[in-house]
Design a protein around this ligand. Structure first.
Ligand SMILES: NC(=O)c1ccc[n+]([C@@H]2O[C@H](COP(=O)([O-])OP(=O)(O)OC[C@H]3O[C@@H](n4cnc5c(N)ncnc54)[C@H](O)[C@@H]3O)[C@@H](O)[C@H]2O)c1
Length: 329
């Protein structure tokens, strides 16, 4: 990947750096010779986990603080070349039960982080982790970036605002920012304790424990991006100025029905069982139904393409949790 030489000797701040995507990005950045600071609040319900950085713990600096704390962020942002802004409340259900926390983290804190950039480090390059959730129920498939934004839950609304603050600060104040609208990311280091981060988490946990997992519905079409492919996209977005002020969809190798994904996971993961059941009512109300991304724009503008096929990614994920499950419960 062409972007890799851009990070050697560079100062990089990763918010949400002990989480699934942030910690995997940190491994890559360390390999590329960056000076990395990880900021994370380690709120227990979210995906942060110190085991995620076990192998690189002596090569990164960790700052346990909350992105809602403006004073910490003002201090941390200074002198950084890159900011990967990945801290977030990711649960759709939690955003409905506790909308104000989601608002504080995914919306207000994003604005204050950008204000810190504007006042204390206007030359930093920012990459923001946005989400496909902001499209809501698709009007057409695959969903491209021109699709109407019509979130179906509080999390989607706040992530949408967070994304647009980044675009606005790029356009008005020249704080170079790019947003990636991620679809279902999966792989080693994801939260598997429960389904808060992704339903695949609980599937993988139960599989590793030798218990059957549940597929709700099963007909839904979704796309999946392996975590190392997400990291490629984050690095490409950071290294190039061609994406500044823009938001890009990230997709996967193929769209797949959840029941077929379950079969693939069992096959790739070395055996297991699942049951199909109907969708619970409270989830159904905020489910987006079928979704898969048209990701031609990021392929064209930033030269990204997914490298890890679904079967291979699922096999690696299952193997990781068979080896390390105890650190994730
Ligand atoms: N994983 C996906 O499939 C996916 C899909 C779409 C968007 N995203 C976005 O990508 C980002 C990273 O997601 P992830 O999958 O790595 O989830 P994650 O929960 O593993 O990582 C998020 C991290 O942010 C930290 N965090 C949360 N609130 C914080 C706060 N107030 N201050 C400091 N740290 C805080 C958490 O402790 C956690 O470590 C999120 O913003 C998420 O919305 C992820």
């Amino acid at each position: 990947m062409g972007a890799e030489s851009s990070f050697s000797g560079k100062r990089v701040l990763v918010t949400g750096g002990l989480g699934f995507l942030g910690s995997t990005l940190a491994h890559r950045l360390v390999r590329l010779g960056a000076e990395v600071i990880l900021v994370d609040s380690l709120i227990p319900e979210y995906g942060g986990n110190l085991f995620n950085i076990e192998e690189i713990k002596d090569k990164v600096r960790v700052n346990i603080s909350d992105v809602r704390d403006e004073h910490s962020m003002k201090y941390l942002i200074q002198g950084q070349d890159f900011l990967f802004n990945l801290a977030g409340q990711t649960s759709h259900m939690d955003s409905m039960q506790d909308p104000y926390t989601d608002l504080e983290i995914n919306c207000r804190a994003q604005l204050s982080i950008l204000e810190s950039c504007r006042k204390y480090n206007p030359s930093v390059k920012v990459v923001f982790a946005s989400t496909r959730q902001i499209y809501g129920k698709p009007d057409y498939l695959p969903v491209d970036e021109k699709h109407l934004l019509r979130p179906v839950d509080v999390n989607g609304i706040n992530k949408m605002a967070g994304e647009w603050y980044h675009i606005l600060y790029n356009n008005v104040y020249n704080i170079r920012s790019c947003a990636l609208r991620l679809t279902n990311a999966y792989g080693p280091r994801m939260r598997v304790k429960d389904a808060r981060q992704t339903f695949l988490g609980i599937w993988v946990r139960l599989l590793a424990e030798g218990k059957p997992f549940e597929v709700w519905g099963g007909e839904q079409l979704r796309d999946f991006t392996y975590v190392e492919d997400v990291v490629d996209a984050l690095l490409l977005a950071a290294a190039s100025d061609d994406g500044n002020g823009r938001a890009f969809n990230l997709g996967g190798e193929q769209a797949v029905r959840l029941k077929d994904l379950a079969v693939l996971l069992v096959e790739a993961g070395g055996g297991g069982e699942f049951r199909i059941r109907s969708f619970p009512e409270d989830r159904k109300r905020i489910d987006v139904g079928d979704y898969y991304a048209d990701d031609r724009l990021i392929r064209k503008v930033l030269g990204w393409e997914p490298r890890v096929p679904l079967r291979e990614g699922l096999a690696k994920t299952a193997a990781y949790y068979r080896a390390h499950l105890k650190h994730y419960l």
